[in-house]
Write a protein that binds this ligand. Structure first.
Ligand code: ATP
Ligand code: MG
Length: 388
């Protein structure tokens, strides 16, 4: 027996000429999500996708498909030929399985194929009377039905089903381009990454460490977070850069209340250099307005001024509690709260500037060999690909 799942998508349909690109990407992403399940296929229909696979793998398929961005809803469907009698037979079978405990129902028909000789209201009434004849105890209840029988008349066949499961919405990963996620081991940046994936960005991740001042645990965390994110998109290349030497230079040569902003500016320069090399079009960070001293408007502006790149901050208006709730939902919270040494918590100044002045930053940076530090930072680059 084959199991068939109808996949609906929303925003894609709005995208006019790009529609084909989006559908292809979604199809490819659905195939990717099912790559571990044997004998599955993903076909494109008119404005829908149809996934088929072995019946015994149905639940596994559904749970994977539910995570694919761009999917608005999913239904397990039964397919029948476009003939009223065959549709009725299929409905009879499907309802036999759903009947126990249900005394009332309604029929909800939709006819995409206008060549089919029955209109939607006619179908509702045909199928409704057929069900009442077959199961005399069943009543029609349009307002509070025990179950709803959905019928969709397509171009080649009809689909009947009893429910819809919500998908995550958003856009298929890949349609918006590629970005570099600045991934610390904290709670925020993985959530920012998930939201970026949700808007169709394909991600690579960059983690800064301060080996030997930070240890293996922070690298392991970054890897585990990437693995989790990969579950929602596809493989995530993870890059690691050592900023210990940069931090030491800043500590030795610059005013300590500017240290965090200066380090951030160096991180952005390194991130930009890596993005150019990898063809990535934006940086994504977990910054949220006002959360800490380095996330005031003035600090963010000072940090942005170090790069010409587009910087996306999906969490900018979110409260910490909202971010935590999301991280629990997507399964990154438990990884994020593991104890670890963050490179930023080393050398933390007592009183970081909340309104760093550009002139003061530039003066402090004139003491640093910026180009050399960036080049040496890049020499420490290590990369690997993390798969779910
Ligand atoms: P997070 O919970 O993501 O660590 P945070 O609230 O601790 O965020 P900061 O430490 O100020 O905030 O970092 C702000 C952002 O800068 C992070 O969300 C992340 O995008 C980036 N960032 C900070 N530290 C690192 C790091 N070690 N490696 C890569 N990116 C980092
Ligand atoms: Mg942090």
């Amino acid at each position: 027996m084959k199991s068939t799942i109808l996949v609906r998508y929303g925003e894609i349909a709005l995208k006019g000429r790009n529609r084909n690109v989006f559908e292809q990407q979604l199809q490819q992403n659905l195939k990717g999500a099912l790559s571990m399940v044997e004998e599955t296929a993903v076909e494109r229909l008119h404005g829908r996708l149809l996934v088929t696979g072995p019946q015994e793998k149905h639940d596994q398929m559904l749970s994977r498909l539910k995570r694919v961005f761009g999917v608005v809803s999913l239904s397990s469907v039964q397919r029948t030929p476009l003939e009223l009698d065959k549709i009725k037979a299929g409905v009879g079978e499907l309802v036999a399985a759903a009947l126990p405990g249900n005394k009332s129902f309604k029929v909800d028909s939709r006819r995409s194929n206008k060549d089919f000789p029955y209109t939607s209201p006619q179908l509702n009434s045909e199928i409704g009377s057929f069900l009442q004849q077959t199961y005399p105890d069943l009543e029609v209840d349009l307002h509070n039905p025990g179950f709803t029988l959905f019928l969709e008349i397509g171009y080649e066949e009809a689909f009947i089903y009893l429910d819809r499961v919500a998908g995550p919405g958003g856009l298929p990963v890949g349609v918006s381009g590629k970005a570099l996620l600045l991934l610390s081991g904290g709670i925020d940046s993985p959530v920012a990454g998930w939201l970026a994936l949700k808007r169709g960005l394909e991600l690579e991740a960059l983690h800064f460490h301060s080996f030997p001042f930070t240890g293996q645990r922070s690298l392991q965390k970054a890897e585990d977070l990437c693995r989790r994110l990969a579950l929602f998109g596809r493989r995530v290349p993870l890059h690691e850069i050592n900023v210990a030497a940069i931090q030491k230079e800043i500590k030795d040569k610059c005013p300590q209340q500017l240290a965090i902003t200066l380090l951030r500016r160096m991180m952005f320069r390194l991130a930009e250099a890596l993005s150019v090399e990898r063809g990535l079009g934006a940086l994504v960070t977990g910054e949220s307005l006002g959360q800490v001293a380095s996330q005031t408007m003035e600090s963010l502006q000072a940090i942005d001024a170090s790069t010409g790149m587009l910087v996306l901050r999906p969490l900018i208006t979110m409260d910490k509690l909202e971010i935590i709730a999301r991280s629990e939902e997507i399964g990154t919270y438990d990884i994020s709260i593991r104890p670890f040494e963050d490179c930023c918590t080393l050398f933390v100044p007592q009183n970081p500037a909340t309104k760093p002045k550009m002139a003061a930053l530039l003066k402090a940076e004139s003491e640093l060999e910026i180009d050399t530090l960036v080049r040496e930072g890049l020499e420490s680059l290590k990369s690997r690909v993390i798969r779910p």
